[in-house]
Design a protein around this ligand. Structure first.
Ligand code: T3D
Length: 263
């Protein structure tokens, strides 16, 4: 597939999608949204892919919406931002949050606005130590979107989430890790290697089983305990019918490493 605003590669079960507009800190424009939709659809359909890794080219991860496309210099009419969310950002957040295989966001640099909240949709978020997260919306009179008011609140609690959104302060990767907003941060020199290592690890796990784990966690915040127990029961039934479960038990019994196929 040919893209201009992103790069997509596939190697040994890992799809790596790189946001690729470094001169604009990989901010989203309409073309990038379209390419993301096409790429994610392709990855989803490819049964060889067992992990999705997303990162950014250059010094930034993603600066949210490309504000050059929201300039009023030429006296243009205000556009309906709700429609922009409906068409682009909401489906993006839903697609990543419910992605069938494990997803990793490797935040290589600044993540601002929708770029920060896009990152929080992933299963595992890691960051380079020099990276940062900014809820930049308040600085231009907007509201955090791409699910940020939900994901941030669940990740770090209401007081911190609300203050970040109201102040627009820059949160360092180290602080984000110590608050539990992201999984870990790594020294810049080893960051890419660590991201790839993690992706390889996940791509060799029981992919179907991991998809059930993801489903359970997606529902947990809104379910009661008894609803969640019922869901766990259904998912465990399904997991118990996978080949990988058989392989996992056999490998344990035979005291050898398991070789999972992903189904
Ligand atoms: O509109 C809708 O559809 C609704 C949805 C909205 C979702 C949103 O994401 S709204 C929030 C949009 N994003 C922002 O407000 C962040 C804007 N960017 C910044 O505040 C800063 O660039 C950063 C804090 C992210 C990084 O600062 P710094 O000093 O490291 O870099 P810089 O010099 O500001 O940026 C480097 C270049 O990238 C620069 O271009 P230049 O001057 O070298 O030609 C800058 O203009 C460009 N850039 C950075 N962010 C954006 C951008 N260009 C367009 N849009 C951007 N968002």
């Amino acid at each position: 597939m040919n893209f201009e605003c992103i790069l997509l590669t596939e190697q040994e079960g890992v799809a790596t999608l790189t946001l690729n507009r470094p001169e604009r800190l990989n901010s989203f424009n309409a073309q990038m949204h379209q390419e993301m939709r096409d790429a994610l659809k392709w990855v989803k359909k490819n049964s060889q892919i067992r992990c999705l890794l997303v990162t950014g080219a250059g010094r930034g991860f993603c600066a949210g919406q490309d504000l050059a496309d929201r300039s009023f210099d030429s006296g243009e009419e205000l556009i309906d931002l709700g429609l922009s969310l409906e068409k682009n950002y909401n489906p993006l957040a839903e697609t990543i949050s419910s992605f069938p295989v494990p997803t990793i966001c490797a935040v290589n640099g600044v993540a601002a606005g929708a770029g920060a909240n896009f990152a929080l949709c992933f299963d595992i978020v890691i960051a380079a130590k020099s990276a940062s997260f900014i809820q930049a919306f308040c600085k231009i009179g907007l509201v955090p979107d791409t699910g940020g008011t939900w994901t941030l609140t669940h990740a770090i609690g209401l007081p911190r989430a609300r203050a970040l959104a109201l102040l627009g302060d820059k949160l360092s990767a180290e602080q984000a890790a110590s608050w539990g907003m992201i999984w870990k941060c790594f020294d810049d020199e080893v960051f890419v290697d660590e991201a790839n290592k993690l992706a390889t690890q996940l791509s060799n796990q029981p992919t179907k089983g991991l998809s059930y784990i993801k489903r359970a966690f997606l529902s947990a915040p809104s379910n009661s305990l008894s609803e969640q127990l019922t869901l766990e029961q259904a998912l465990q039934t399904a997991a118990g019918h996978t080949q990988d479960y058989r392989e996992g038990v056999a490998a344990f019994t035979e005291k050898r490493p398991a070789k999972f196929k992903g189904y």
